[in-house]
Write a protein that binds this ligand. Structure first.
Ligand SMILES: Nc1ncnc2c1ncn2[C@@H]1O[C@H](COP(=O)(O)OP(=O)(O)OP(=O)(O)O)[C@@H](O)[C@H]1O
Ligand SMILES: O=P(O)(O)OC[C@H]1O[C@](O)(CO)[C@@H](O)[C@@H]1O
Ligand SMILES: [Mg+2]
Length: 442
């Protein structure tokens, strides 16, 4: 997708007329290597060749609005009510984001009310309205020490009209949606309904995905915690595989469409000999197939460790009878168990009867509390989201792009998936670290 400058402009509800609590602090600030002034913009591209190829003046290059506090805000803080909802699968750091939003809104903007909706979009429906909780500093004090989300989450479609009725009933001015691609699609339906009714409600997203598969963001929050957690499971099967004759360790990691967790976890301690991801199809049979390569490795080293992303090799599995979850996401076949079976059969056939150690850590990597790095990242995203909302930005998400916090239009975050580029340097690092072939098969 070729982006033009105008595709990157975020929507705003109107002129910012109220004094911001940050006005004084910002009065003398100018862009520096470590700060981007609110009137400045951050470039999307970062290579000379791409910038030159655009062939436009510098001020027409694709660029993003800087996130951060404004000198003036759109909403009168003392009269503002805010809602927060977390949707989709869990991810380390959800509580840190909730806490950061509540603290910033309370301590700096001193808004009138902060409401938490329970269990995702379901919490905005009529039948769950009485379960709305009011959030204050006390309610969020220690929540960063826990995984999950104090608000709960859910999958499954809800009616936008009904959800907007709830926002109106509670007098919500800004809704913060912390969620993945599906949640952002849901949030865009909310803004459409808000627009249709001519309401003055801002919807700001904080993108969340444990799979790191959302575009226009350096890396999603919680991802680092999740892959660090995954590393432990790889280390376990490595130890087990070393101790056994023809030891085979297999770890299946989350990643429906993108193999980032598998790549990073495998690179982290370099115990993996093969990494299989959805972005790089593979064949099992034949002289260059996975089975022969695994066999060769076991013959040479006496053991092997394979890390497989859950979305890898789906084309090798039975497609019939595939169902979807409540949100419409396709339920995948189990590539981990399939590999376990095929590798066991093959090694037994070639007289290398294996001892297989198979781990599917699944929810164990995403249900933990964020590590220190992710906690910092989360609180900074939370602050950016609050400033965006108070400044009347809507249909907008806050992300970190090339280490700067910026605003992007919500529709861009759902425009495509971030995936491991088989021609990119991450996959090259995986190939270098594992020594596996660039492709299996022909
Ligand atoms: N196209 C859509 N329109 C409206 N709502 C949607 C749409 N897609 C998903 N949603 C809603 O958004 C919520 C979360 O979606 P989903 O379960 O797909 O998780 P997600 O936000 O993509 O997060 P993750 O993929 O990280 O688990 C659900 O309530 C779902 O019904
Ligand atoms: O079982 P659940 O809660 O639907 O979530 C599972 C999925 O969520 C994801 O982490 C995406 O959020 C996938 O990688 C994983 O398969
Ligand atoms: Mg999703």
């Amino acid at each position: 997708m070729t982006l033009e400058l105008d595709d990157l402009r975020v929507r705003t509800l109107g002129e910012c007329r109220f004094d911001s609590p940050f006005a004084e602090m910002l009065a003398t600030k100018r862009t520096s290597p470590h700060y981007v002034h609110e009137d400045d913009r951050v470039l999307v591209d970062d290579t000379v060749s791409v910038l030159l190829a655009r062939g436009v003046p510098i001020d027409r290059l694709p660029s993003l609005e800087a996130a951060g506090p404004r000198r003036k805000v759109y909403f009168d803080p003392a009269a503002t009510s805010v809602g927060i909802v977390t949707c989709g699968g869990l991810c380390p750091g959800l509580n840190d984001v909730i806490r950061g939003i509540v603290q910033e809104l309370t301590e700096h903007y001193a808004v009138a009310h902060i409401y938490g909706f329970r269990n995702g979009y379901a919490g905005l429906t009529r039948r769950h309205r009485e379960r709305v909780v009011e959030l204050d500093l006390h309610a969020v004090r220690d929540i960063n020490n826990d995984g999950g989300t104090i608000l709960g989450s859910s999958r499954g479609d809800q009616c936008p009209e009904e959800m907007v009725d709830t926002l109106v009933e509670l007098g919500i001015d800004v809704l913060f949606v912390i969620g993945g691609d599906g949640s952002m699609r849901g949030a865009m339906k909310l803004t459409r309904e808000i627009d249709a009714r001519g309401l003055d409600i801002a919807v700001v997203g904080v993108p969340k995905t444990i799979d790191n598969d959302l575009p226009y963001t350096d890396q999603s929050f919680g991802f680092q915690t999740a892959f660090a957690q995954a590393t432990e499971f790889i280390a376990s099967v490595f130890v087990e595989s070393q101790a056994a004759e023809n030891g085979v360790g297999i770890v299946k990691l989350m990643g429906r469409h993108s193999g980032f967790i598998a790549c990073y976890a495998a690179l982290s301690n370099n115990d993996a000999d093969f990494v299989l991801i959805p972005e790089v199809p593979f064949v099992l049979d034949g002289p260059n197939g996975v089975l022969r390569r695994v066999e060769d490795h076991v013959r040479r080293h006496g053991q092997v460790v394979i890390v497989v992303a859950e979305g890898a090799g789906q084309e090798l599995l039975e497609q019939e009878g595939r169902t979807t979850d409540a949100s419409g996401n396709t339920k995948l076949g189990d590539i981990g168990l399939f590999l376990k079976q095929k590798i066991t059969e093959h090694l037994t056939e070639v007289d290398l009867p294996p001892t297989v150690r198979y781990l599917d850590p699944s929810y164990a990597i995403r249900s933990v509390a964020a590590n220190a790095y992710d906690s910092v990242y989360c609180v900074r995203l939370a602050h950016a989201a609050v400033h965006a909302g108070m400044a009347g930005r809507t249909d907008t998400v806050v992300v970190r792009w090339r280490r700067r916090f910026v605003h992007i239009p919500m529709r861009l975050i759902t425009s495509h998936r971030n995936q491991v580029d088989p021609d990119g340097d991450l996959w090259m690092s995986v190939l270098e670290a594992t020594g596996q072939p660039a492709s299996f098969g022909t």
